[in-house]
Design a binder for this molecule. Structure first.
Ligand code: SF4
Length: 375
């Protein structure tokens, strides 16, 4: 929306940033999904050069600053600043190890500042109207306004600008939300609020947001929402660090197992454990935020998950008996005792036995019992 309708404001903001930090080159990193904007933006940049608003000696003030548009391939992770810089340099978009930070070692090792279009557009307005004007809007801890992209179960989806401090209920009302059971505050990567929390405020000190508000009415199955999110992050994880690469894949498998009605409370605990692990150990923001909404949904909409459970016991996600085919061939056995019947009874026996509960997998338990059954 900003590039479409307020492009000059964004470019003005970039020029101000260039002047402030002593840079003479700026890049607009345009996601592949926005390819359709490229020609129009290039034309507008060329017009600004002709008008003396970009390029050499801007407005005769001796300041030179030009802008290049770089087209990305559509990877979510390239919104992370160091991954974005890597992509700008023509490399795969993987977040860098920091320090050093981009502010000293950014694009091609040069000091670099990376901001989103909203920040740059606001910087241009603040340069004209002053900091006091901006500070008078919002709350003391969250000054100014916030653009909110509201989507989902609303009559009027779109981009809204609100002062910080607006309540979630006011945002939902403006967008025409009805029978809302939940919203997420930062797309798939933010907190999930239930209806009893809609009095909370959009602000850094309360509900922080990247601007993407997703709304779910009571017709939605929140388990399916969580499942969708889990698969989204498994797809978008760049694979650089193990907690996120493995964690997002494990999460996706866990929700699939639940969807197939093969899950147990053990799997719900695993999802909660995965959330804690990924939050603490992931290398970048994607892994740190990938399970926040899912964990909230698990806590606030637990019946939607529990409806999927097959039993109160551990259920394997694959066919254990089929997995033992090779072992039967090797031992030359195919009698009933060499087959797994009810895995749950095997596990229950194991839990009651010397092995202890969680450490024993049915695959290791049952063959031993089968062997014991032999003369
Ligand atoms: S957290 Fe995920 S997206 Fe970020 S570096 Fe690790 S694997 Fe890549």
């Amino acid at each position: 929306m900003l590039l479409n309708s307020y492009f000059d404001l964004v470019v003005d903001g970039m020029c101000i940033a260039g002047m402030a930090i002593g840079a003479n080159k700026g890049f607009i990193y345009l996601r592949g999904e926005y390819r359709y904007l490229l020609d129009r933006l290039e034309t507008r940049l060329a017009q600004r050069r002709e008008q003396g608003l970009l390029g050499r000696n801007i407005l005769g003030r001796g300041f030179t600053f030009d802008i290049e548009i770089h087209l990305g391939a559509g990877a979510y992770i390239c919104g992370e600043e160091s991954a974005l810089i890597e992509s700008l340099e023509g490399k795969p978009g993987k977040p860098r190890i920091r320090p050093p930070f981009p502010v000293t070692n950014g694009y091609r090792g040069q000091p670099t500042t990376v901001n989103n279009v909203e920040t740059l557009a606001l910087a241009a307005l603040i340069a004209v109207r002053g900091g006091e004007w901006f500070r008078a809007i919002g709350t003391p801890a969250s000054t100014g306004t916030k653009l909110l992209s509201v989507s989902g179960d609303v009559e009027r989806p779109g981009i809204y600008e609100f002062p910080f401090g607006v309540t979630v209920a006011e945002v939902l009302e403006a967008a025409g939300a009805r029978d809302t059971q939940a919203m997420t505050s930062a797309g798939a990567a933010g907190h999930c609020l239930s209806a009893d929390e809609f009095g909370r405020r959009i602000a850094f000190e309360d509900v922080a947001t990247g601007g993407s508000i997703m709304v779910f009415d009571t017709s939605r199955d929140m388990f399916e929402v969580a499942r969708n999110f889990a698969h989204f992050f498994a797809h978008e994880s760049c694979g650089f660090c193990t907690p996120c690469r493995v964690g997002t894949a494990v999460n996706a498998r866990l929700v699939d197992k639940l969807a197939a009605n093969r899950g147990s409370p053990y799997d719900l605990d695993e999802m909660a454990k995965m959330h804690r692990l990924m939050q603490g150990a992931s290398h970048c923001g994607l892994g740190n935020t990938a399970t926040i909404a899912i964990d909230d949904m698990l806590a606030k909409f637990r019946p939607a998950f529990e409806r999927r459970l097959m039993s109160a016991e551990y259920e394997p996600a694959f066919d254990l008996d089929a997995a033992l085919t090779k072992a039967r061939q090797m031992t030359g056995r195919d009698d009933p005792g060499a087959h797994l019947g009810d895995n749950r009874s095997a596990l229950a026996e194991a839990r009651a036995g010397v092995h202890g509960a969680a450490a024993v997998s049915p695959a290791t338990v049952r063959p031993a019992q089968a062997k014991d059954a032999q003369p």
